[in-house]
Design a binder for this molecule. Structure first.
Ligand code: NAP
Ligand code: MG
Length: 480
């Protein structure tokens, strides 16, 4: 597979002529594609193309913009299996999850198309006669979208769809590790007849092309999903030039299992939350806090579930846990496991590389990890989770909340009072009652609180906040 940049409606090589090879995390000796490595000059060209396209696109009636989305969604459905297989080949995401994500990307486009018919303002009672007083939401302008590899179809789409439907034009920076998946999206929009320059798509390294977008004065807003250090760095730089910034960062998501929980469902949710996508989800379950009375029972059933899990080739549709995305991720996660043991954690299962070639780590479960240590506080982006024992709900909530992050949290219980306490006190933007910490519907807001985010939430009706500017209009009628 090969891929070029999509700038101003044309497919082109990097201005530097540089390319890079993408390898398969399951078979690292295999090159799965060669992609253009965009330069800072390409980023500048993409922003210029987006600026040129802005006036015509933003003045097009929203339902005409949305009509293109529906065609693009159909194009995406038609190639969903290819998108899924390519996603698996380049990121190692198990095919069963990649298929779900490809389908979901098309659903997001359809949802966003419907937003074209929603109100974009409010009418108020005037304070003087013969006045119409109202608000209007208008596009922000050129927006840059900087996306990670772990949801390489869903995250680009849930950013670009609202950006475009509200009349902005876009420069999308795909993750280095997932170029092919994102280029499928560009191809679908090109097929659907999107006007040139409305969506520009760049592949290449974040430190070069991402950084160039952040510094470009033509970019009026940046939506970023990724790691804390990169996000904070670009926020500070972009905010300094009054550029709007939205960050979706990491998490350290707790799952609380109360004494009255349906244990088998809780075990399934813990397994899926901790280990699907090899734990490489911002919403993955990093801590499993289990109430005293059921701790031993839960622990036994959970370890049995881990032992029965299907770990291996991500292209096998039965596989539940595949490899990590690349060698440096493998090294980082193995180092974190080592640190967990050094700091007193007991390894109950896993903890090692599980394949000679593939970047595969066996699903790993710790216990006896102290609350203040690395594993309990820092996001380890891999198949690693820890069990904690607690006695009262007060204690469980306090410890669940004792991290800097606040992305998602889950509880298993049958007790309504416990649910009420949890939904009031759990410090996270996404709360799950009797389901796993990961997972997001397309039509509701998504985003973290505390250290997990910055700026308005994404998706659903929340997306309008970031991708539009609110203006207030005092419209007085002329005298007769
Ligand atoms: P990352 O290294 O921060 O990369 C995210 C994006 O930023 C990539 O496109 C990357 O490009 C780009 N980038 C890197 N350096 C840059 C710079 N100096 N200026 C501008 N852009 C730059 O994150 P990751 O390792 O791909 O993803 C894992 C992290 O994302 C985890 O912490 C995870 O929790 C978080 N995440 C959060 C959410 C959420 O919604 N809260 C969802 C998914 C993931 P390259 O790919 O070329 O490096
Ligand atoms: Mg990175």
């Amino acid at each position: 597979m090969t891929g070029r940049l999509y700038v101003g409606g044309e497919w082109r090589e990097s201005s530097s002529s540089r390319t890079y090879e993408k390898r398969d995390p399951w078979r690292p000796s295999e090159v799965v594609g060669v992609y253009a490595a965009a330069s800072a000059a390409d980023a500048a060209d993409a922003v210029a193309a987006a600026r040129l396209a802005l006036p015509a696109w933003s003045s097009l009636p929203a339902d005409r913009r949305a009509a293109i989305f529906r065609i693009a969604a159909a194009a995406l459905d038609a190639r969903a299996e290819d998108v899924a297989r390519d996603m698996t080949a380049e990121t190692g995401k198990p095919l069963r999850e990649a298929r779900g994500e490809a389908a979901r990307a098309a659903t997001i486009l359809r949802f966003a198309a419907g937003e074209a018919w929603r109100p974009v303002g409010e009418v108020y009672e005037p304070s003087v006669p013969d006045q119409t007083l109202y608000t209007r939401r208008r596009p922000v302008g050129v927006v840059a979208l900087i996306t990670p590899w772990n949801f390489p179809a869903a995250i680009p789409v849930w950013k670009l769809a609202p950006a475009l439907v509200y009349g902005n034009t876009v420069v999308l920076k795909l993750a280095y590790e997932a170029p092919r998946t994102g280029l499928h999206l560009a191809e679908c929009f090109a097929e659907a007849g999107l006007p040139p320059g409305v969506l520009n798509v760049l592949t290449g390294s974040g430190s070069e092309v991402g950084a160039a977008l952040v510094g470009d004065p033509g970019v009026r807003a940046i939506s970023f999903t990724g790691s804390v250090p990169v996000g904070h760095g670009l926020r500070d730089e972009a905010n300094a030039r009054n550029c709007r910034v939205q960050l979706e960062l990491g998490g350290h998501n707790p799952l609380l299992v109360m004494g009255d929980a349906e244990l088998d469902r809780a075990v399934e949710a813990a397994y899926a939350g901790a280990f699907w996508s090899a734990g490489q989800k911002c919403t993955a379950t990093r801590r499993i806090l289990v109430q005293d009375a059921v701790y031993d029972e839960f622990r036994g059933r959970f370890l049995a579930r881990v032992a029965a899990g299907r770990v291996g080739d991500p292209a096998d549709p039965g596989t539940e846990v595949g490899p990590l995305v690349n060698e440096s991720a493998l090294r980082d996660v193995l180092a974190a496991i080592e640190r967990g043991r050094d700091e007193g954690g007991t390894l109950l299962t896993g903890g090692h590389r599980a394949h000679d070639d593939a970047y595969l780590i066996a699903p790993t479960v710790f216990e006896d990890v102290a609350d203040h240590t690395f594993l309990s506080c820092e996001e380890v982006f891999g198949p690693v989770t820890s069990l904690y024992r607690f006695s009262t709900l007060d204690e469980g909530l306090r410890r669940a909340n004792a991290v800097e992050f606040g992305l998602s949290a889950a509880i298993f219980t049958r007790d309504l009072r416990t649910v009420q306490r949890f939904t009031t006190e759990a410090e996270a933007g996404i709360l799950h009652v009797n389901s796993q910490t990961a997972g997001a519907d397309v039509h509701v807001p998504f985003g973290g609180i505390k250290g997990s985010g910055w700026g308005p939430h994404e998706q659903g009706r929340a997306a309008i906040e970031f991708y539009t500017e609110l203006v207030t209009v005092y419209q007085d009628a002329p005298a007769e």
